[in-house]
Design a protein around this ligand. Sequence first.
Ligand SMILES: CC(C)=CCNc1ncnc2c1ncn2[C@@H]1O[C@H](COP(=O)(O)O)[C@@H](O)[C@H]1O
Ligand SMILES: [Zn+2]
Length: 346
Amino acid sequence: MDNDVFYRELPKVELHAHLNGSVSAQTIEKLISRKPHLNIEHSMTAIGKGQRRTLDECFEVFRVIHKLVDTEEDILMVATDVIKEFAADGVKYLELRSTPREERDTGLTKKTYIETVIKAIQKCKEEGADIDVRFLVAIDRRNGTEVALETVNLAEEFMLSSDGLVVGVDLSGDPTVGHGKDLLPALQKAKNSGLKLSLHLSEIPSQLDESDLLLSLPPDRIGHGTFLHPEVGGSQSLVNKVVQKKIPIELCLTSNVKGNTVPCYSKHHFKYWYELGHPTVICTDDKGVFCTDLSQEYQLAASTFGLSHEAVWKLSQQAIDCIFGPEIVKQQLQEKWNDLHPQLFK
Ligand SMILES: CC(C)=CCNc1ncnc2c1ncn2[C@@H]1O[C@H](COP(=O)(O)O)[C@@H](O)[C@H]1O
Ligand SMILES: [Zn+2]
């Protein structure tokens, strides 16, 4: 089997995808044609092959995309397109995350924002897309304690009313802004109410105290964890906590290389955690902004670290254990993987 075909056909689980960072070039074109007066060009919303940016520049890209995605219609289209693209890439289970924005930015209340994403998930299901999609409501760390609490309250409400679609909360946003200690009460509240937590942790150096504090919750999954281990200025005690609590880490290779927090693919911390035998899940982060998809990320991990097709299969299958969806969904996915195995390894 052709290598590209193998990676596309490989059934995959995507657990770390920010909605507005996942918007494809085709969808951006549609948005630009809806809003020509904004004078936005596609080069302003994506970081191409071989290009790298500072973190600040990356976050500027999100501001541009947010200008393009500012009505209910836009959000519905963007979410629908993103879900269908993941499905076309062989993703069988997706946890999408997105930050409900302030009403002044979108004309939508935060509640309607979440409802619109849920509507897109339901629409894709009705249209028969072969993908199970769940939603994590995101907290932008720069907005502080009160907004975080407001977001958690909404997530709690939707956890009960969305028929199991809202499963958790994400903590993300510019890691150089704000401190986790201000968000701890909101995150603790979310956890107490049964929401799962996926937290961006140690995405930049010198966040040891914050990481230590947030690990005490503990989170159910970690996003990036780039600077947790001692080889890059983290600490053995942080690593021990993550290992003892078996907290899965979501790893996004291209995002970290293009965002300049990792010097090159071969120095990516995938190697460190994979060799420890710790649960790691390959993810895209922002497939639109970083011009990638999940098949490509698996392929890059395999070619960089010399993984066989069998090892890659195992990696994608082990991701099932890390989902926030219920046990029954894990079983269904295991069955799907078992059914598809002979096709890929004939
Ligand atoms: C800068 C860089 C290398 C990005 C990748 N690493 C990231 N780190 C933290 N937060 C992120 C990252 N990528 C996306 N986000 C969050 O996701 C948002 C975009 O998706 P959404 O509007 O929540 O639907 C961004 O505004 C930001 O809050
Ligand atoms: Zn992220």
